[in-house]
Design a protein around this ligand. Structure first.
Ligand code: C5P
Length: 227
């Protein structure tokens, strides 16, 4: 296919405080990674590259093939790196030559609905080089200096960035080849390289499981994976 989804799942999950790497923590009977992959395989067809800790490549391969069903030919699994950016770079190196659109998705956004993938793919296919799903910021925001408020920040000009983030493959390859600094998402890397980044509506269900409270929220929202 001309689309690939890189699912980054190589984080340690320190802030979650579990005894396994985050993607391998259970939401219900199934892991964060397994739920994330359900969403990926319900989205428009794509090569699926899963990036995991080096000692979890076997487990991730099993889960990816379960999620893929009879589309196991679409699955690649590679070991990640010390930072998210290094993990994305590892995933990019496994993307097939004929792929033109690459999505990068956090496994930790395990309950992301398939429609978000479709919106991002459509926007790149329609001509944007870089597209991210965003949500309005709901909290009142302050700029602070230690324990003192410096000034309020106008939230109407801000948005919260989610994944999957989608890119024209050639633009993403170029940005990664020339990457100097480390960035917390791919849109920041591309923006630093001068690419215009567009937005599409995100989805509240695409929240990132980071803390124990996020995991509780996911447990309350999840629907079971059929046997
Ligand atoms: O740590 P954080 O939740 O921001 O990580 C976002 C995503 O990036 C997670 O899905 C995590 O597994 C992934 N990641 C990675 N390799 C790293 C660090 C994070 O694949 N070294």
């Amino acid at each position: 296919p001309r689309v690939a989804v890189i699912v980054v799942a190589a984080g340690s999950g320190t802030r979650l405080g579990a005894d396994a790497p985050k993607a391998f923590v259970g939401i219900d009977a199934h892991t964060i990674l397994r739920h994330a992959l359900r969403g990926v395989f319900a989205a428009p067809q794509a090569q699926v590259v899963v990036v995991t800790p080096a000692d979890r490549v076997g487990d991730a391969t099993t889960e990816a093939h379960e999620a893929a069903g009879d589309r196991g030919d679409l699955v690649s699994v590679v070991a990640g790196g010390a930072t998210r950016q290094a993990s994305v770079a590892a995933g990019l190196s496994a993307v097939w030559p004929d792929v033109e659109i690459v999505l990068v998705h956090d496994a930790a956004r395990a309950l992301t609905p398939p429609e978000v993938f479709a919106r991002v793919i459509d926007a790149v296919a329609a001509g944007s080089d870089a597209v991210i799903p965003v949500l309005p910021v709901v909290d009142t925001l302050k700029r602070i200096d230690a324990d003192t408020v410096v000034e309020p920040v106008d939230r109407s000009v801000l948005a919260a960035a989610q994944t999957p983030q989608g890119f024209r493959r050639a633009v993403l390859d170029d940005a990664y080849r020339d990457a100097a600094a480390d960035h917390t998402d791919d849109a920041a890397l591309l923006q630093a390289a001068g690419t215009v980044v567009r937005t599409v509506p995100g989805d509240e269900r695409a929240f990132k499981i980071t803390t124990p409270a996020d995991l509780d929220r996911a447990r309350g929202l999840v629907s079971p994976i059929p046997p």
